[in-house]
Design a protein around this ligand. Structure first.
Ligand code: ADP
Ligand code: ZN
Length: 216
């Protein structure tokens, strides 16, 4: 099953994607994570992306699409995947369909995680991310059992350089500019399901799993 998680930065796409991937035994593909790995490894792509990401802007579609195309060549997507952070523009949604069509698969379910702006700012400026498995924690809302250490894998936690308030606000602006066309695109295909993402993460997870079961 091919699942896409849509929603503003801080809606909990990463949190849900990690849990969903575990529950459904599917790979979690996050374009943000792949980009950050490239930045960390100082690849050519990473060098091109870093400044853009720190400003809260979008990395050019062509770069992200070829990165994704490459990721989809990995055999682990045979049973499907949880896609997090892509598509972000209508053009990207079209490119995704093209990439998947070559493999005779399509997006099955799009979950839109709806969240209020104030919640987003609080969540992101306090967010901690695992450097190893990508799991998300929060300084006050969802602290790790041991300070600075991931509950899942023992990796070290860090704060993303784009999780400062000015960049978070820019990311929200960019997101709002693009999302309505994506909502329309997936609503027309009857694939979009909107969930209130301000609820407890386990409740949201249960709702996503129910949606995916209904499709089987
Ligand atoms: P968030 O959803 O919280 O903003 P991500 O980790 O998904 O976080 O993305 C972080 C940054 O990586 C984005 O602000 C953007 O610069 C870049 N990025 C991630 N995915 C894409 C994409 N599909 N297209 C363009 N840029 C992207
Ligand atoms: Zn971890």
């Amino acid at each position: 099953m091919q699942i896409v998680l849509l929603g503003p930065p801080g809606a909990g796409k990463g949190t849900q994607a990690v849990r969903l991937a575990k529950a459904m035994q599917l790979p979690h593909i996050s374009t943000g994570d792949i980009l950050r790995q490239n930045v960390k490894a100082d690849t050519q792509l990473g060098q091109q992306a870093k400044g853009i990401m720190d400003k809260g802007l979008l990395v050019p579609d062509a770069l992200v699409a070829s990165m994704l195309d490459e990721r989809f060549n990995n055999a682990d997507i045979k049973k499907g995947f949880i896609l997090d952070g892509y598509p972000r523009t209508l053009a990207q949604a079209g490119m995704l369909d093209q990439i998947l069509m070559k493999k005779n698969i399509a997006v099955d379910l799009v979950v839109y995680l709806d969240t209020a702006d104030e919640v987003i700012i609080k969540r992101l400026t306090g967010r901690l991310v695992c450097s190893k498995c990508g799991a998300n924690f929060h300084i006050t809302n969802m602290p790790p059992k041991e300070k600075g250490i991931c509950d899942n894998c023992g990796g070290s936690l860090y704060q993303r350089t784009d999780d400062v308030e000015t960049t978070v606000r820019k990311r929200l602006d960019v997101y709002k500019n693009e999302v309505s066309s994506l909502i329309e695109f997936y609503t027309k295909q009857n694939k979009l399901h909107k969930l209130a993402a301000d609820l407890d993460p386990q409740i949201v997870l249960g709702q996503i799993i129910d949606l995916s079961r209904a499709l089987k």
